[in-house]
Each structure stands twice: as structure tokens, then as C-alpha cells.
Design a protein around this ligand. Structure first.
Ligand code: SF4
Length: 460
């Protein structure tokens, strides 16, 4: 169900907290770990904090409300979050009224919530991602009731509209179009922690994008765990087309696409609106072995995957294609890994985001007995990275001497000079030096040096 936040109890708690902290110059610090969906959620948490009367700070030691928006996709990400949260114990000693909140995917894992309850006594509340709109209520309870709260086990899965965003960037915006996932890939915790798929109304998404473009945003990324299964009165291809047709000078991206639902219609729209839709397609392969894909419950095989790649290249020959690969999924043999390597050679991805398989409690793959030893994963990963590094370098070399339009993201001082970081429409990282301030602008640059991961350019 799509519900507006104004029809929930949140508004009362917002004004309640505002009255309680009025005139006290309270500050909130939101720390984000993990994916773009978490970035988007953090922007909403910041907006709710501001509505409640908090100022914002980047330094947790100055904050009265610290929110850690966590990621549960790999064990490493969980350990990092717990280590960050552990540091706040000392702050709480000095400032007993400090509120420490854990949101994001870890907060929805019962065993994690249990361990936080038992061992992290300085944590005031946890809140799973699908109940983000209850954030003001939990802050209110923390201030008025002085007790710890652990909220998880949501089964309602509503889409809550009307929560604002304090956006991190003034030129790039994340726009969530759907939440949750129904795919239950056997290695993945996301469906358990973010719940079932639910899509926003297309009119709400289009209105949000239109407003962002009118405010001058230059890049919009439509976000979902699997955008291709977006369902409202429009398909995802129709929604993408509707956003691409909004007048204005902007680049439109989308992620993530599940290969099983990357439809011909989507590829048609991708090819038809090349002036607006970035020529960059992220299509997670995960493994090049059909046997492993089946064990992963990915529901496509390599033949289908490769046919989709061919269609994307036929529609947009210069498209940058990127992928995700999991190395060392349970039962992955040398032959399975070689099959992945041969797809890398065949497709020649612009970039591969590769991860060693990490056991996630509660998933089917975690119970599989034939886990791959860590040293084997490490060896395979090293080989994969070596091969992909050469391919990425070769892909980037094709840009040498070309003039490309980039959007400028940030600047830093290096040896007394201002060096800007920017992205091409194909999402390649480009650095160039300049005197004027170009952040948030489109400019043309000429590529003068290339590497596997970035390129050097000069202003044309
Ligand atoms: S599609 Fe698979 S990998 Fe992606 S979020 Fe859903 S379950 Fe996880």
C-alpha cells in the first residue's frame, strides 16, 4: 500500500521532539555504510532529524543523536558497523542523554538486534529499513521514556510517501522507485531484511524527478534492488521513458537490473533516449557457470545473459557495461571459475565489482556444506582482478584523445592545484585541473591519459 506520512502518527512525534529540544541547539550525525539505497535512506533520516529541530553535523563526537545506517550484505560490512558503533560507548559516558540509533539492513537481522541488545548497552534503538517513517517516534520515545527499543519483524511492507530528503549532493540525486526484493538469490540477505517488493506510484516518482530537474539537478539515478520488476500503472521501461521525456539538461541512470527481467522494451528505451539515459548498463552476472547460477537461484543461464548483452550492444554500441561477480560461491569448482573467466573475456566488461562469497546467516547458501576455502577464493580473486584490470585499461584506452562531456563532482587540493573529479556519461572517473569552480556543471574535457580505473583530462 502507498501511504502518505502525513496520515501516520509521525507528524505528532516530529512536533513533539521539536518542542522537547527547542532552543537547545541539538545536533544529529548520520553515518552511512553500504549501497546507494542506504544513501537515499540516510537523506530521508537527515530530513526527519531537521524537521524535528536538530542541526546536522558530520562529527559524531559533537552530536546528540547519532544514527548508523548499516549494511548487512557481507560480514565485513557488519564488523565495520559494529566497530563504529562500539566507539560511541565512550561518548555516551560523557553525555548520558546521547541517542545512538542503528538503522539499515543489520537492524532487521534478529541475531544482530539480539546481540546489540545484549552487548551494546549504549545503543538506544534499532529500526529496520522498511519502518524508517517511525524514526521520529523512536527519537521521541528515547527522550521521554528513557528506554531502549528494538523494532524489527515488519510484515506490512507499505510504501511511505512524503518524507523529505536532505540530499548530500546539490547536482546528483538518488530516487528510489521501489523497495524490497522477491528474488531470494540463495546467497543474499536483502529479501529478509528489506522485505517484499513494493513499488512507488509512477506519478510520485515522475513528480519527484521533475522537481529535482527544475531545481537544477544534473543527474538522477532511479534506484531499486531490481528496478526491472518495478510494477505500478507502468512497467519500468515506461517509467524510464516518462522520466527521460521530462524537459531539461540532465543524465538519467538506473540500478540495479536483474538479468532475468531485462526486457526488450527496456533495451529499446535505453537505445532510444541516448541523449538523456546514460549509455551505461549494470547487469550483475554473479557467475559464468550455469550450475552455480542455478545454485544461486538466479533463474537465468549464461546463454540468456549473453543474449541480453548482445541486445544492449546492438541498441547502444558504445554503452559501458559493468557487472558484479561473486567468487567462491559454495561448490564453485575450478571449472566453474574458468567459465566465469571466459565470460569476462567474451563480454569485456568496462568494470567488474567482484566480491568473495560471504556467508549470510539465514540464507540457503550459508547452509551449503561445500564452502570454498578462503585461500582458494583469494587466489581466484587475484586472477580475476588481474585479467579485468587489463580489460578495463583497454576499454579506457579507447577514450585517449577523445573529447567527452563530464559532470563535475568534487575538487581537492593537490600540490597547490585544484584537481576536479568528474564522471563521463559512461560513468568513467576523470580528473582534471582547473582554476574556476566547475562542481555540479557539465563541461567538455579532452582525455590525455588513461589507466584501468580513471583517466586524466584537460578542459577543452
Ligand atoms: S535480486 Fe538477488 S542479489 Fe539482488 S537483492 Fe534480490 S535477492 Fe539479493
Amino acid at each position: 500500500m502507498n501511504v502518505n506520512i502525513s496520515s501516520t502518527a509521525a507528524g505528532g512525534f516530529v512536533s513533539g521532539v521539536k518542542a522537547l529540544i527547542s532552543g537547545q541547539n541539538k545536533l544529529a550525525c548520520v553515518i552511512t555504510l553500504g549501497c546507494q539505497q542506504n544513501e537515499a535512506d540516510s537523506e530521508k533520516i537527515r530530513a526527519m532529524a531537521v524537521d524535528m529541530g536538530y542541526g546536522l553535523t558530520d562529527s559524531p563526537e559533537c552530536a546528540d543523536l547519532i544514527v548508523v545506517n548499516t549494511c548487512a550484505i557481507r560480514r565485513h560490512a557488519e564488523l565495520k558497523a559494529l566497530s563504529i558503533v562500539g566507539n560511541f560507548k565512550a561518548y555516551k559516558k560523557d553525555k548520558p542523554e546521547l541517542i545512538v540509533a542503528i538503522c539499515g539492513c543489520m537492524a532487521a537481522e534478529p541475531h544482530v538486534a539480539e546481540s546489540i541488545k545484549k552487548s551494546y548497552h549504549h545503543v538506544t534503538f534499532t529500526l529496520e529499513p522498511s519502518m524508517l517513517h517511525r524514526f521520529p517516534e523512536l527519537v521521541h520515545r528515547s527522550i521521554t521514556e528513557h528506554r531502549r527499543t528494538f523494532v524489527f519483524g515488519n510484515e506490512e511492507w507499505d510504501v511511505i510517501e512524503g518524507i523529505g530528503s536532505v540530499r548530500t549532493s546539490s547536482h546528483k540525486a538518488w530516487v528510489s522507485i521501489m523497495y524490497g526484493c522477491n528474488n531470494f538469490c540463495s546467497y543474499c540477505i536483502v529479501p529478509y531484511v528489506r522485505g517484499r517488493e513494493r513499488s512507488r506510484n509512477s506519478a510520485d516518482v515522475i513528480a519527484e524527478c521533475r522537481a529535482l530537474i527544475e531545481q537544477g539537478y544534473k543527474e538522477i539515478t532511479l534506484l531499486g534492488q531490481n528496478v526491472n520488476s518495478y510494477k505500478s500503472d507502468m512497467t519500468f521501461a515506461e517509467l524510464l521513458e516518462a522520466v527521460a521525456r521530462i524537459p531539461g539538461d540532465f543524465v538519467l541512470r538506473f540500478m540495479t537490473s536483474h538479468p532475468k527481467d531485462a526486457s526488450d522494451e527496456l533495451i529499446r528505451v535505453f537505445g532510444q533516449y541516448t541523449g538523456k539515459i546514460a549509455p551505461a548498463f549494470h547487469l550483475p552476472l554473479q557467475s559464468g557457470s550455469d550450475r552455480i547460477l542455478k545454485e544461486m537461484n538466479r533463474t537465468y543461464d549464461t546463454a540468456k545473459y549473453l543474449a541480453t548483452i548482445d541486445k544492449i550492444r546492438a541498441a547502444v554500441p558504445d554503452a559501458a557495461i559493468t557487472t558484479d561477480i561473486i567468487v567462491g560461491f559454495p561448490g564453485e569448482t575450478d571449472e566453474d571459475f574458468e567459465a566465469t573467466m571466459s565470460i569476462l573475456e567474451r563480454v569485456r566488461f568496462d568494470m567488474v565489482f567482484s566480491f568473495n562469497y560471504s556467508k549470510r546467516e539465514g540464507t540457503r547458501a550459508a547452509k551449503m556444506e561445500n564452502q570454498v576455502p578462503e585461500e582458494v577464493k583469494k587466489e581466484r580473486m587475484t586472477r580475476l582482478l588481474d585479467v579485468q584490470c587489463e580489460i578495463s585499461r583497454e576499454k579506457n584506452d579507447a577514450y585517449l584523445g577523445r573529447t567527452v562531456r563530464v559532470i563535475v563532482d568534487s575538487a581537492e587540493q593537490k600540490s597547490g592545484k585544484t584537481v576536479y573529479s568528474a564522471r563521463t556519461a559512461t560513468n568513467k572517473l576523470v580528473h582534471f585541473g582547473a582554476e574556476s569552480n566547475y562542481i555540479g556543471k557539465f563541461i567538455d574535457v579532452k582525455i590525455i591519459r588513461t589507466g584501468a580505473f580513471d583517466m586524466l583530462a584537460e578542459i577543452v
